[in-house]
Design a binder for this molecule. Sequence first.
Ligand code: ADP
Length: 446
Amino acid sequence: MFKKVLIANRGDIAIRILRACKEMGISTVAVHSQADAKQMNVLLADESVCIGPAKSADSYLNIGAILSAAEITGADALHPGVGFLSENERFARMVETHGMKFIGPKPEHIAAMGDKIVAKQTMIKLGVPVVNGSDGSVSSIDEAKEIADKIGYPVLFKAASGGGGKGMKVANNEKEIEDAFNMAKSEGRSNFGDDTVYMERYLTHPRHIELQIIADNYGNVVCLGERDCSIQRNHQKLLEESPAVILSEKDRTKIYSTVCKAIKQLGYVGVGTLEFLYEDGIFSFMEMNTRLQVEHPVSEMVTGIDIVKEQIKIAAGEKLSFTQKDIKIHGHAIEMRINAEDPSTFVPSPGQVTELYFPGGNGIRIDSHIFRNCVVSPYYDSLIAKIIVHADTRESCIMKARRAMSELVIDGIKTTANLHASLLKNNDIVANNYDIHWLSENLGKI
Ligand code: ADP
């Protein structure tokens, strides 16, 4: 097993990884920007190294500084966390050429899945159903119109290198093609330095259902259940649950087996998430994330598996200690992402947390890096806490989540907590009657 792991990330996820390492008897190195010197992960780590100024490009994305920090502290493995460099093929390769183990998949799989066009083509070959769309990239407006006629309106243009909900534009008819095509291209260029776009049929009432998979170096692949992440704003997830109660047992078993077969054939190693749209009983693959996912705790709650510890063990060359048959889904879990944002405009609300009280009790888990009097920085993602609730059934989980939200106090900054409290009381949510577009359509009413 590794002796010392450098955690190349910040916030709640850095603490999540640090906790797993500590429980495994592994020393930890935190890296941080100048703005993050007083963050909780830095205080909790065995060692810490400042890797640059506040701007992510100069610190958390600064490969040279991170590798130097690993070298001077003698770390033998590096965990990239979520976001930042976690899906950067070049970084993964450089970590290994510097004699450390990258706690993540093989670089070639990061590269293949990072290009959404290649990812879809790969999945088609592996027998995974995908969203109907263009065969590859789309290079002109005329070509786009031809494809739209074939797949039918509405259509969605997507940036091949897109992520975080950026680079996506809908065209409802032929007249809207030109603008949507040009806008997706320019968002792709400005956000990801790549203006390659492709097209998909825009589904009007799907659920977002994703499968958590885990694979070792010996060809063992297990699906740790699915998550329903349909409560989204601007294509970004706000609330996630596991299991997805909309699925029949037959559909669930079938997709698990299709995906596990595909992942085994691909030779993928580590943890990963395959994201699907699910509409009218049909699964359509969208993309695969080759890293730990923000919402992994809901899967941990219902399976009892510590995904981060397993991820570390796999990187250290251990075999999975369980098979698909061992995975039993216990009860229901819901995660609420609390963001430091104005709940009506969603504009970030950085500043000092003047008062803080987190809910507790049986079945409540808090993954967070904030503490009383800490300063929520304007430089990074606005996620400040994940409140995860576990209970026997979806109904009792919602009741417990409502109770948890009634106890939560975060003062000094604006947060999305009240929006979550309202969602948990909404009839459509309680009745499991919504799709990925529901929140945008209902925001003004809840
Ligand atoms: P990102 O990498 O930016 O997260 P995804 O491909 O995962 O991009 O899509 C993000 C979200 O956008 C999905 O969860 C879904 O809500 C919406 N979306 C993506 N593709 C489609 C589609 N073909 N039809 C309808 N909605 C879509």
